[in-house]
Design a protein around this ligand. Structure first.
Ligand code: GDP
Length: 322
């Protein structure tokens, strides 16, 4: 199913409090959607199949965006693999099955670039899926996300469902997790640079060697891509969502310091893992479909820094949340 989504369609955003879900709610509301359906974790436990089924039965969403996940950076993934595997499998199974059982017209399942093998060709095309071993530091999370793609494709093959899967690259933006233990690199460096600048500290610590390369997509661009895909894309398998451009962690750290106005040194901590050496999406499929990102890294960093400055809960996010 493709074509314009009626602006009054009942659209359930699972995970609306997260980085991705909150951007989707902002963007879809701005695009005129009037029936966005959301539930907090206290209101609806996505790990509970009966609760999820009852919710779909009573609210009858027509469109679903699955943006709920247990997420975290390299350290959190390596420390809590059981939580990452179990919770993400359960969320995907419960929501995707309920979407089928209750006749949802279109479902967009969101994954991550870490589904691709550690040594996938760079940039990584969608065809690299399941062609080699995964990066060990986030294997549990990746396997849950691969299972979710397979679920969407299985319901499509067996039941003719319009369930699609988009794989965003590393995301950042307003609403990110700034907790230094569990966050991803970009918010961590942003916070460190702000705190070092304010304290007049001589250096900030950057984990690893600084040589790994990563691609970063501003989360509002992802929200825009989600609407585009719901309206224009209906095929099995993952579709990558990224910018097609990457930077080294050192380059990222330098740009963050520049944007924040911090002039100290970078101290690389070799005791922390580098993770996968490079992670860049091949976005040919999406570009051909007609969408590309518009927010460059420096602009996105400045917007995220402005949000972080104002955020009431600045830095207090205790752990990554579902
Ligand atoms: P990944 O993309 O799944 O590897 O997750 P991260 O965003 O956590 O890490 C990306 C890279 O940034 C890794 O090489 C990290 O070692 C490096 N890095 C440098 N400084 C930091 C930091 O303060 N926090 C995090 N999470 N990563 C950092």
């Amino acid at each position: 199913m493709t074509g314009p989504l009626p602006r009054d369609a009942t659209l359930f955003v699972a995970g609306h409090r997260g980085l991705v879900g909150s951007a989707i709610v902002r963007h879809f509301a701005a695009q005129g959607f009037t029936n966005l359906l959301t539930r907090t974790r206290a209101e609806l436990d996505l790990l509970d199949p009966h609760a999820v089924d009852a919710f779909f039965a009573s609210e009858r969403p027509q469109v679903v965006i699955l943006a709920a996940a247990k997420v975290g950076g390299i350290l959190a993934n390596a420390t809590y693999p059981a939580d990452f595997l179990y919770q993400n499998l359960m969320i995907a199974a419960n929501v995707i099955h309920a979407a089928h059982a209750h006749d949802v017209r279109k479902l967009l399942n969101l994954g991550s670039s870490c589904i691709y093998p550690k040594h996938a060709p760079q940039p990584m095309p969608e065809s690299a899926l399941l062609t080699g071993p995964l990066e060990s530091t986030n294997r549990a999370y990746a396997i849950a996300k691969i299972a979710a793609i397979e679920l969407c494709d299985a319901y499509r093959a067996q039941h003719g469902r319009s369930f699609i899967s988009a794989m965003p690259t590393n995301l950042y933006g307003p609403g990110d997790n700034f907790d230094l233990e569990t966050s991803h690199v970009l918010p961590a460096l942003l916070r460190k640079a702000v705190e070092a600048r304010d304290a007049g500290a001589p250096s900030i610590t950057v984990w690893g060697s600084g040589t790994p390369r990563r691609e970063f997509l501003y989360v509002d661009d992802l929200a825009d891509a989600c609407l585009f895909l719901l309206e224009h894309f209906d095929e099995p398998g993952p579709i990558n969502v990224g910018t097609g451009v990457d930077v080294s962690i050192r380059e990222l750290a330098e740009m963050v310091c520049d944007v924040i106005g911090y002039e100290g040194e970078l101290a690389f901590d070799a005791g922390k893992p580098d993770g996968t050496p490079r992670k860049l999406m091949d976005v040919t499929r999406l570009t051909r479909a007609g969408w590309s990102a518009t927010t460059d890294l420096r602009t996105g960093l400045a917007r995220t820094a402005a949000w972080y400055r104002e955020a009431p809960e600045r830095g207090d996010v205790p752990s990554p949340s579902v």
